[in-house]
Design a protein around this ligand. Structure first.
Ligand code: PBG
Length: 323
């Protein structure tokens, strides 16, 4: 069955025909847009390493959420940067913290927009680690109740989905139990199940001022060389009660996304992280690549690899092109 009987070009001859036979469709509803919330009013502070992305005070985050919803995006994820950081990451589980207040404010004006709340201590600790420090170690078990407390605070404030990104062992079970006890048994958990220790988080740590003040995150985030371990993490989180699982970052881990997709029957999310975004922006600003084309190619590639949902800073740009 070869040439000249078969000519693959026949199905590529026009745009309507190409659309008919397209295997992967990207939709604005697949995209989750991250927003960085800070204290204050009227604050729109650009993040130098992430062109187009800002630190926003709650009033401005509401406007940004409105903008995202207007572009057809189904969900946003909130990251909070508190005015004060401390050793125990108090701002993360303070019911009057910046994220709970932002959740309330956004929910009030945009009840249909799905609000994902990232649960982690690193944006709130003065040492920048994702858990409590004991000696020189990030201590696992004493961190769990604080993560659970944060999850409940976000649930009470109106979060639709709880997304733990800390990579402590047992946190899904701890969070599930706390949510159930607080009568949030119907609130889903999107677990950052396979989160790698990655250099691609560099710009995010600028945005959240969450660079570890000593050591690094390799004691809790995964080794980039491992894929079987990702499957184990995913299986374990599902067993503990996760409703959806995430692979993070996306681009250097497309094989992991594919393997996870083949193993599970829950929705799979992928996080197209800050460094992945900034590289595209930087190359485009230099005129080296066409921003729109490269962005869409990357997003469709992540979806083709198996992601049902994509967390991406490109969300608004992409949604505008898709509509
Ligand atoms: C931790 C968290 C991080 C990101 C999302 N949640 C940073 C980290 O582990 O250092 C990174 C996201 C990105 O780079 O876009 N709360």
């Amino acid at each position: 069955m070869a040439f000249p009987l078969h000519r693959s070009r026949r199905l590529r001859r026009s745009d309507p025909l190409r659309r008919m036979v397209r295997e992967t469709e990207l939709s604005p509803e697949d995209l989750i847009y991250p927003i960085f919330v800070v204290e204050g009013r009227g604050v729109r502070r650009p993040i130098p390493s992430m062109p187009g992305i800002l630190n926003l005070s709650i009033d401005q985050a509401v406007e940004e959420a409105r903008h995202a919803k207007g572009a057809g995006i189904g969900a946003i994820i909130l990251f909070g940067i508190p005015a004060h950081k401390d050793a125990r990451g108090t701002g993360a589980y303070d019911s009057q913290g910046v994220v709970p207040r932002a959740l309330q404010a956004i929910k009030e004006v945009l009840p249909d927009l799905q609000l994902v709340a990232d649960v982690c201590l690193c944006e709130y600790t003065d040492h920048g680690h994702c858990g409590l420090i004991q000696g020189q170690e990030v201590h696992n078990d004493s961190t769990l109740p604080l993560l659970a407390q944060a999850a409940v605070a976000y649930a009470r404030a109106g979060a639709d989905i709880i997304a733990p990104s800390d990579m402590m062992d047992g946190r899904i079970a701890a969070i599930r139990k706390a949510l159930d006890e607080a009568r949030f048994e119907s609130l889903p958990i999107l677990s950052y199940a396979a989160k790698y220790a990655s250099g691609f988080y560099g710009p995010f740590r600028d945005a959240a001022q969450s660079t570890p003040q000593f050591g690094d995150r390799r004691g809790y985030q995964m080794d980039p060389a491992n894929v079987r371990e990702a499957l184990k993490e995913v299986a374990q989180d599902l067993q503990e009660g996760a409703d959806m699982v995430m692979v993070k970052p996306a681009l250097a881990y497309l094989d992991v996304i594919r393997r996870v997709k083949e193993q599970v029957n829950v929705p799979v999310a992928a996080y197209n992280v800050s460094g992945e975004y900034s590289m595209v922006k930087a190359a485009a600003q230099n005129g080296w690549v066409d921003y729109d084309r490269v962005m869409m190619e990357i997003l469709v590639g992540i979806k083709r690899a198996g992601a049902d949902l994509i967390l991406t800073y490109h969300a608004i740009d992409a949604a505008k092109l898709l509509s």
